[in-house]
Design a protein around this ligand. Structure first.
Ligand code: SIN
Length: 475
């Protein structure tokens, strides 16, 4: 198991010699310890990335494309091993972890195809005096800060386009799930990524780590996935050096069910949108707005489906929902659920932690939730569905948009015209129309309002990691 810092292609202990314990959230057992990176280590990693980046940027797009395609194949060749590692340190069911590895690998295949299609433009100046040539060179060194909920895919979604464009990177994986990050980087090097192009420095002191990374003059960009609150801190700090930023932040997705929807299809979509990856996704359905005449049927069907979820250790093949990441997550979700019940919500499933070892919470359904209830302003990040009945579409849309977060939304209706109309009025970056799953390396992932800046994936993804240079040329 890769358990040290990866700097300049070498596995090293950190300068402090300290180590971070990595714990299985299903069992509470310590899986391993990894080297704890200090500010000195991260500074050295940026130094190494800066030196490696110049050579990497000088390779041909075709060469980079072929290495990225090798990364795709290599990750797939190690799918079972990586999935087990993800399940061990994150807790998600093995089937979700296996899906994550495929998703993570796909960013390499997609961006191997983008690497050779990174286009500039050329046009005449209006005066006719010259040509305006626009090109997109790489930015240089990109610092990446990635979360624990997708220990592989949130790394590859950034690394693949960054490398395709000719950048090098220093990654701070979550200290809760560093093993997957280190192994993914090791596999990428075995697939041909040169030493120093990907550096991984886990740490237990993220603020100091970030200060050191930002202070290095070679750092030119910060790419972050995580909470809106942390994103704001990183944005402020990045402003000191006017760094380019890409931010994938929190969500509070509305899931809208009209009474003409196929309620079985809506329930299946709700289970996907709410429960995939143990309900710990930023795109998770957070508020279920259900048209009054469909509330009873939808509530019954969702309650039945939530009661049928098998909660347990992700390694057990029967498990369909793993633990939450830690006890703090269990306590905070329980507190939100209990105060929502105290505010008048009706509990139809779950409603409490599961006693015993591990950080498990019962799949929970709350109905009769008021649209302005406190719970509607929380990103729950756990297996709790809140049903908010509505009668008027305009009022429902006002409530659905009454949040500073605008990452994802879902609409279920058999009238596609209405579905399109409502989708267009949602202030979110991504909509699932009659679909509970929206993530796709070929689609632009990102949010409006305080859910983020920039897009990952699609053809936009690679340009996030590029500069724009214009040359006024006469010939
Ligand atoms: C996230 O939760 O941060 C990402 C979700 C996804 O890519 O599906």
């Amino acid at each position: 198991m890769a358990e040290q810092l990866l700097i300049d292609g070498k596995w090293i202990e950190g300068t402090t010699g300290d180590r971070i314990p990595v714990v299985n959230p299903s069992t509470g057992e310590q899986l391993a310890t990894v080297a704890d990176g200090s500010p000195i280590d991260v500074y050295q990693a940026v130094q190494a990335a800066s030196a490696a980046q110049k050579q990497w940027a000088a390779t041909s797009p075709r060469e980079r494309a072929e290495i990225l395609r090798n990364c795709w194949q290599t990750l797939l060749n190690h799918r079972d091993e990586l999935a087990k590692l993800i399940t061990l340190e994150n807790g998600k069911p093995l089937a979700d972890a296996t899906g994550e590895v495929t998703y993570a690998a796909e960013f390499f295949r997609w961006n191997s195809e983008e690497a050779v299609r990174l286009h500039g433009t050329i046009g005449s100046a209006p005066s006719g005096a010259n040509q305006i040539l626009v090109r997109h060179p790489p930015i240089g060194v990109v610092v990446m800060i990635t979360p624990w909920n997708f220990p592989a895919a949130m790394i590859t979604r950034k690394v693949a386009p960054a490398l395709a464009a000719g950048n090098a990177t220093v990654i701070k994986p979550s200290e809760l799930t560093p093993l997957t990050a280190l192994r993914v980087a090791e596999l990428c090097e075995s697939a041909g990524v040169p030493p120093g192009v990907i550096n991984v420095v886990p740490t237990s002191a993220p603020a100091d780590w970030f200060d050191a990374a930002v202070e290095h003059p070679a750092t030119r960009m910060v790419s972050f996935t995580g909470s809106t609150n942390v994103g704001k801190i990183l944005l402020r700090r990045s402003a000191d050096r006017v760094l380019k930023v890409s931010m994938e932040l929190g969500g509070n997705a509305p899931f809208i069910v009209f009474d003409d929807a196929d309620i079985d299809q809506a329930t299946a979509g709700a289970m996907t949108a709410k429960m995939r990856h143990s309900a710990e996704t930023c795109t998770a359905a957070n508020r279920f707005f259900v048209e009054q005449s469909a509330v009873q049927e939808f509530t019954e069907k969702l309650t039945t489906a939530m009661n049928a979820v098998t909660v347990g250790d992700g390694l057990n093949p029967d498990t369909t929902c793993g633990p939450l990441i830690n006890q703090q997550a269990v306590d905070s979700i329980d507190q939100i659920v209990q105060s929502s019940i105290a505010d008048g919500a009706t509990l139809t499933a779950g409603g409490s932690p599961i006693e015993g070892t591990g950080h498990f919470y019962k799949p929970t359904v709350l109905t009769n939730v008021e649209p302005s209830a406190a719970i509607t302003q929380h990103e729950i990040f756990g297996p709790v569905a809140t049903i908010i009945p509505f009668t008027n579409t305009g009022d429902m849309l006002r409530h659905a948009n009454n949040t500073e977060l605008g990452l994802a939304g879902y609409v279920f209706t058999s009238d596609v015209g209405r579905g399109m109309n409502v989708s267009e009025q949602l202030e979110v970056g991504m909509v699932g129309l009659n679909r509970g799953s929206i993530s796709d390396p070929a689609a632009p992932f990102g949010g409006m309002k305080q859910s983020g800046l920039g897009r990952e994936g699609a053809s936009d993804g690679i340009y996030e990691f590029c500069e724009t240079q214009y040359i006024a040329v006469s010939w």
